[in-house]
Design a protein around this ligand. Structure first.
Ligand code: SF4
Length: 301
């Protein structure tokens, strides 16, 4: 692929619509693909319960993709209140989410330097309206808040991000304090399907769809992807999923997800004490399928 960033902006493929991931909103109409006739899955574990148990077991700070998670000082205040005997106070820790590039010095989120650094970041809103969550008290120097889903749409160069797993999440933001349930909601937008797939993986219940099965479901102009073959599949995995920089050095290429649907890709070990949630990809996404079609038609070298 000669210029993946340009391709990513112009192509209709969207990450994860073929699997448990969700399609990011796109300023164009996606080609309708076939419905997913996946067989019935076992009841999935509750993602927020799973996340809460993991946060309690694994030492922080925590990480998923390019996002760092730290415990907010509000958690300590809640704990002190409860220790003082106040009844009816929820035993619920709070967390801050921020870009990994902005997370240096956040190991102790209660320090003054961490607080000063956080005050310069753009506070993201989980949603608009009554349940809006602000990351910091407003002040004259606090940047204006931005909706999380709006921040996720564009990379630092202003290009649309069709692949949420691409390593081009803009830094300079902070989100929270959030409850564990709100963390799940935020991560559902940042990395669609990632927490649910990880919880299923840890429970040994994540269904993985081989490429042949994904390709066989495609119809119409996408049915040609059945002819990809092993060699071109390996090329595609390198170009779309492998995180390789494009020929002009543009870093907005590749994907942080681990394509465990691909042959010979090992699944990460299940270990609740590791402080990082792996970004799993259990099925070729629509972006990959659209790129596979281009490859077969000779538009992608
Ligand atoms: S790993 Fe590959 S198939 Fe999976 S979401 Fe990323 S680009 Fe798509």
């Amino acid at each position: 692929m000669s210029d993946m960033s340009a391709d990513m902006f112009s192509q209709p493929g969207a990450e994860g619509t073929g699997g448990t991931h969700e399609a990011p909103e796109a300023p164009w109409t996606l080609e309708p693909l076939t419905l997913n006739p996946s067989p019935a899955r076992p009841s999935p574990p509750c993602p927020s319960d799973h996340l809460r148990a993991w946060l309690a077991a694994a030492p922080g700070p925590w990480r998923i993709g390019q996002v760092a998670m730290v415990r907010a000082e509000e958690s300590a205040r809640t704990a002190r209140t409860e220790a003082g005997g106040a009844d009816g106070v929820a035993d619920e820790s709070r967390y801050l989410l921020l870009h990994e590039d902005d997370a240096a010095g956040e190991a102790d989120a209660a320090t003054d330097s961490a607080a000063r650094a956080r005050a310069a970041l753009v506070p993201l809103l989980l949603e608009s309206g009554a349940s809006t969550v602000l990351s910091a008290p407003a002040s004259a120097s606090t940047p204006a808040p931005v909706l999380l889903r709006e921040w996720l749409r564009w990379d630092a160069a202003g290009a649309f991000r069709p692949l949420r797993g691409a390593p081009n999440l803009r830094p300079g933001w902070i989100l929270g304090p959030l409850s564990a349930m709100q963390v799940v909601e935020a991560l559902r937008l940042i990395y669609p399907g990632a927490v649910a797939d990880w919880a299923l993986h840890e429970a040994g219940a994540l269904r993985v769809t081989p490429y042949e099965e994904s390709a066989a479901r495609q119809t119409g102009r996408f049915s040609v992807v059945r002819k990809l073959g092993d060699e071109r599949l390996a090329d595609m995995l390198r170009e779309c999923c492998g995180g390789a920089p494009s020929a002009d050095g543009t870093p907005n290429s590749g994907c942080l997800r681990i394509p465990i649907w691909a042959p010979h890709t090992p699944r990460p070990p299940t270990a609740k004490s590791r402080p990082e949630i792996p970004l799993l990809c259990a099925e070729a996404c629509n972006y990959f399928i659209s790129k596979a079609r281009e490859k077969i038609l000779g538009r992608l070298d």
